[in-house]
Design a protein around this ligand. Structure first.
Ligand code: NAD
Length: 499
């Protein structure tokens, strides 16, 4: 009998007001039922927001270094439980153990960074233009933070939002993806064990109804969302109307450029990892490969030779290199796009099929797939597929590659393989993305650097690194005039000078 899980609201694990639940199954073997999770509704969100609002005053007055100390303990506990949580995450989400281990490690890195930020959280002190006057900025927490997260990084992405939000003194309502509710339950357990005051965090499981209720709730002044561009656009519209601070991190269509002077063996390792790691379900996945015509045929052969041997299977089993897609709808979507690619005239050189056989028949497996002959403007070149599908475009020059890279709606990450230093420096300036890698694939962000995209990928904020703290705190300017007389900025500024 599968376990029934609960929400965490007002300091207690509680059943949803709706009385409804959904099944959470292993995508590698759908017979494996992980548990039943609350299918919550607006009433649960209302209770959670009321609780987080109550906790705000006490938490914002807790000194930032003390808030940081709790997050350091969170990091320590995650280190202790890393293997167990990675295992649970692979069972729930499908990616291989090495990757879920990386996902937990990212949470650990973000926790330790946040802990140290508790002893910085700098404002600025700047000279006033007037004599005997002090000018500075301080940071204030904002209130209840509504955090809405996707399935592909079940621990890293919630912590990118939670830890900076908490460190800055906000309280939280987390609405995790309905595809990975177990990992977020484990994460909340860790936060409570580390000593986070109970009402500072709320966990409300469920689908879009929960997310929508959180976005629309008048007592939630900030929303941080990561997910698809379609969902993010909807959330952005609502937040604009309600004057909420909103951070949107959305889809991608990331390109790797391989020039004729590149180290092709290095680029080969990069493209296999970038395109087929996490079964292509990364916002930063390498879904387009722009290859110089002089090395195109050779490089495509090299990729196909290696990709056909990638071992599909349960990510918890030794030797597995590619796990399943997250659910049936995700696999249907990949199949639809493969059909679209064929109709558009692209050539299928590898894959284009489900994973079959005894080991794979109960999961949402799909074989690594490569299309060549892809032309800029085709849908498989423009739209996010979110699966193990690589669209290869032949280019004649770096100029053309830059144009093709920039010719999509999205702007998350890009990469260039070359030995030419001029080309490498040029693309740093000219590729329209939030992140550019040189001689590395389009994936691999580090937790102490800002993360985010431009155009249809993001709305200008950045997660983690030092910039993540800007989103979760309000800058307040403070002037202290100790001259004992009225001094008018811009009017009296230089009137008396020099003495
Ligand atoms: P999704 O948009 O389907 O869901 C994301 C979250 O939004 C889930 O928790 C979902 O329940 C919730 N949601 C759905 N409809 C909502 C609504 N109307 N109002 C409020 N919340 C709602 O995304 P997904 O399938 O879980 O994740 C995959 C997508 O996430 C891809 O597009 C990927 O590129 C993107 N992603 C982006 C980044 C980034 O940093 N840019 C990182 C990871 C994933």
């Amino acid at each position: 009998m599968a376990k029934t899980f609960k929400n965490f609201i007002a300091g207690k694990w509680v059943a949803p007001a709706t009385g409804k639940y959904f099944d959470n199954r292993n995508p590698a073997d759908t017979r494996d039922l992980i548990g039943r999770f609350p299918l919550s509704g607006a009433a649960d969100v209302k209770r959670a927001v009321a609780s987080a609002s109550r906790a705000f005053d006490g938490w914002r007055r807790t000194p930032a270094p003390a808030r940081g100390d709790i997050l350091r303990r969170v990091g320590d506990l995650l280190v202790e439980r890393k293997a167990e949580i990675s295992n649970a995450m692979t069972r729930e989400m499908g990616k291989v153990l090495a990757e879920t281990g990386g996902d937990v490690q990212e949470a650990i890195d973000v926790a330790y960074y946040a802990a140290s930020e508790g002893r910085r959280l700098f404002g600025h002190t700047v000279p006033s233009e007037l004599r005997n006057k002090w000018a500075m900025t301080i940071r204030r927490p904002i209130g209840v933070a509504g955090l809405i997260t996707p399935f592909n990084f079940p621990m890293a992405i919630p912590t990118w939002k939670m830890f900076p939000a908490l460190l800055c003194g906000n309280t939280i309502v987390l609405k995790p993806s309905e595809d990975v509710p177990h990992t977020s339950t484990l994460l909340v357990e860790v936060l409570l064990e580390a000593g986070l005051p109970a009402e500072v965090i709320q966990l409300v499981h469920g689908g879009r109804e929960v997310g929508k209720a959180l976005v629309e709730h008048p007592d939630v002044p900030l929303i941080s969302f990561t997910g698809s561009t379609a969902t993010g656009s909807f959330i952005g519209e609502t937040c604009g109307r309600l004057h909420k601070r909103v951070s949107l991190e959305m889809g991608g269509k990331n390109a790797m450029i391989v020039m004729d002077d590149a180290d092709l063996e290095l680029a080969l390792d990069g493209v296999l990892w970038g395109a087929f790691g996490t079964t292509g379900q990364r916002c930063t996945a390498t879904s387009r490969l722009l290859v110089h015509r002089k090395v195109h045929d050779r490089f495509v052969r090299m990729i196909a030779d290696r990709a056909q041997d990638l071992k599909l299977g349960d990510g918890r089993k030794d030797g597995t290199e590619v796990g399943p897609l997250i659910h049936e709808a995700a696999r249907d979507k990949v199949e639809r796009y493969v059909q679209i690619g064929l109709e558009e005239g692209a050539e299928l050189v590898l894959g284009g099929k489900r994973g079959t056989g005894e080991r794979l028949k109960r999961g949402w497996f799909y074989k690594p797939t490569i299309f060549t002959g892809v032309k800029p403007g085709m849908r498989i070149e423009q739209e996010e597929i979110f699966g193990p599908v690589l669209s290869v475009v032949r280019v004649r020059s770096l100029d053309e590659a830059i144009r093709v890279n920039n010719g999509v709606a999205y702007g998350l990450s890009s990469s260039l393989y070359t030995r030419n230093v001029q080309g490498a420096f040029r693309v740093m300036e000219e590729l329209d993305n939030g992140i550019t890698y040189v001689n590395a694939p389009t994936i691999g962000a580090e937790a102490h650097l800002p993360f985010g995209g431009i155009k249809a990928t993001g709305n200008g904020h950045r997660e983690v690194g030092w910039q993540g703290y800007d989103f979760f705190s309000e800058t307040k300017v403070v002037y202290v005039d100790y001259s004992g007389k009225l001094q008018r900025a811009q009017i009296d500024t230089y009137a008396g000078a020099p003495d």
